[in-house]
Ligand binder design. Sequence first.
Ligand SMILES: [Zn+2]
Length: 467
Amino acid sequence: MRTLLIENALVAGMRSADDLHPSGAVWAEEGIIRALGSEARAAAAAAGARGEPVERVDAEGLWLFPGFVQTHIHLCQTLLRNGPDDLPLLPWLKTHVWPGEAAHDEETLFLSARLGLAELAAGGTTAILDMGTVRHTDAVFRAAEASGLRVTSGNALMDDPSTNPPGLFAETEEALAEGERLFARWHGTAGGRLRFAWCPRFAVSCTDRILRESASRARAQGVLVHTHASENRDEVELVRARSGRANIEHLRDLGIAGPATVLAHVIHTNEEERQLLAADGTAVAHCPSSNLKLASGICPVPDYLARGIRVTLGADGAPCNDRLDPFSEMRHAALLQKVASGPAALTAWQVARMATAEGAAALGLGDVCGTIEVGKRADFVLLDPSAGFARPTSWRDDPYGPLVFAFDRGNVVETRVDGEVVFHRDRRPGRGLAPTASEIEAAAGRLRERIAKNGRREPSPPLEGRA
Ligand SMILES: [Zn+2]
């Protein structure tokens, strides 16, 4: 049996703010946490007495947190990092992201996903909800399988020919059939680490039929539905012009609502929409760095939390961030609300919960990860408070402030999923998955060539003109 004892760490269980255990211990068998504290040490001692091999990690001086959960990522965009830095959402999608995604083949998409997953593991992220692109989504799952991370993904549904570029469009039946194929091939594989989600891109890209179908199939299959919603004012206007409804109402009319639904951004909402989000239990993926860079606005997180709406965190894609770093997202989430709503509007503890337990619950993984508890998978990150310059000097038994405001990826020692190391600071990132600089350059070069070639051939959609 594969067993693991982590001992002498400050264990932050994340069930409550005082769920803190100095000199804590975690015992895992076959990747599942079976004991904590003195019982963990006793279990390891008993296994040792039976002559069984035990992997022991002396984590003296380190902090053990549940692995970070990011509920909105685009692995397909990692090779498109550092695009135009000064555009709002719709022109940015049209001129950079969509041509880039349309140019992918299986090989460049695989490399893009490898790079993204290696970066995520290096930042202590153990689980993500990813929105794929229209084609070649098997490449994302193949990379996810090799990475060891817990990944939920699906092909992006973009079936409205009037709003999508020809190279990034799939007719309704073709897109649904591809989703069914991916569900059958990947959902529940790799010991349950990989899962499929229905991913209509956003209301502007989708016909009513595909929105309704993806929601109803998600419900029947017991999988998530994931889309972007109300990120940008022009987008909200477009949806109103197309449907006559507020965006959240429109999605809900078609079945996209409820606890198995994760909506990315959700910044520009009215009172009625907020009431619906709360009543339905729909989860929000807050992406503060992306919202800042695309000048999208400030998500009203404290208001959502006060209403009981579940709010989680994600880095979004590499081109609108340009990092896939949970520390950046935690810091920005906390700082933004201080400016928007006052210094105590959102505490570091609340932000740390959003990045762990709330994220896991939104992904339907509340029984699997997100806290350190007996029965859950051993998905966690070990942090070294002495690494870099962030060593806390007055943290008063409250590690959440240092975690959210001072720490960065330099504090990550190792990241584990199912008890297996997916990143260690002394080894090559991503279990050998991280591409080399020359591989990245070569793939990005191929992508640029294809973007230029396609751009000469295909007209772009009249997206902004429709509002
Ligand atoms: Zn996004």
